[in-house]
Design a protein around this ligand. Sequence first.
Ligand SMILES: CC(C)(COP(=O)(O)OP(=O)(O)OC[C@H]1O[C@@H](n2cnc3c(N)ncnc32)[C@H](O)[C@@H]1OP(=O)(O)O)[C@@H](O)C(=O)NCCC(=O)NCCS
Length: 334
Amino acid sequence: MREDPVQAILRPIGPADIPACIDVFYESVDPLYRRLDQPIPPRDPTSLAHLLGHLLDHDAERAWLAETPSATGDPQPPRVLGFGTAWQRESTWYLALLFVRPEAQASGLGRRLLLRTFPRGPLAAPRPYDLGDGATARSSDGGLMGTCVDSIQPISTGLYARYGLVPRVPLFTAIGRPAEGTLPALPRDVVATGFEALPATYPLAAALAAIDRATLGCTRPQDHRFWAHEGRRGVLFRRAGAGEALGYGYAQASGRLGPVALLDETLYPAVLGALAARESPAGPYLALVPGVNHRAMVALLRAGFRFEGFPGIVASTRPWDGLERYLPASFALP
Ligand SMILES: CC(C)(COP(=O)(O)OP(=O)(O)OC[C@H]1O[C@@H](n2cnc3c(N)ncnc32)[C@H](O)[C@@H]1OP(=O)(O)O)[C@@H](O)C(=O)NCCC(=O)NCCS
């Protein structure tokens, strides 16, 4: 049974709202784990603040919060009850974060926020869903709407699926250290070069754009800048001689691997080995592996990695071609 609608006003998120959004995030996500008697994942408010800042920098019109109504002169500032943010790159739209405080859940606020983040116009050759409730979710042959849900969260999974973002691909967290000799060396005709070591004249942005378009279906130069700023170090994989770009990958001193995008997925075992060899993390390496990227999954498991926690599920309005050749950077900004 639905409770009475929560009184809330929706407005765009501004940079000053980031701490309140982080508070909403932890307050709404922790009970999920507590209910299942699972350990609460480690907190990283600094990374979350950077991510929210990035989303506001490039997708401010898709970032909305809900707060309690207030009048001028109220002694209490309005309380942020929930927020939602999405990003759009060319004809790909993606819901990054949607969270509502427990006290305000199950009364329609999540849905109101979600609809505000939706694309305003067609996502290339649109074929609108007739939702019958005034919403403008669109799917299309060219465009794609996606997100990643928690597999332990039926509410969000059901909410998004109602708008055509149906759960399709599990996304596993794999953690470990490759045992000696378990990941092969790169083939002789494949060269790995750190982005910083490429000649200044090398058209890196164009190479990354071409790889992104061929794998995920959209270009995203702003996200590459963000990952560099986060301390992820990029590596370009090229054919020796002709120099044709074959893919890219990132590794971080913390041991995080990804994003990785390869035009030829058979290179995954060697590319993962090459990326891991570039860093010496104090703890294990971590990679997010879509179920359809079987080359990466088999290679990591055979190298001794283990799955951790519950998988996420990539939900989308149509199959997301290219995930079988891709390892995401994160759940919110894959
Ligand atoms: C997920 C979340 C954002 C949804 O916001 P909310 O305000 O609680 O949700 P709403 O009341 O707007 O919408 C609920 C809708 O979810 C769907 N839903 C709920 N339970 C469901 C279930 N068991 N099966 C299928 N769909 C379900 C329904 O469509 C429902 O709408 P209806 O009651 O009109 O049929 C919020 O509950 C939350 O923050 N949860 C914890 C954090 C989290 O998991 N965030 C999502 C990360 S992917």
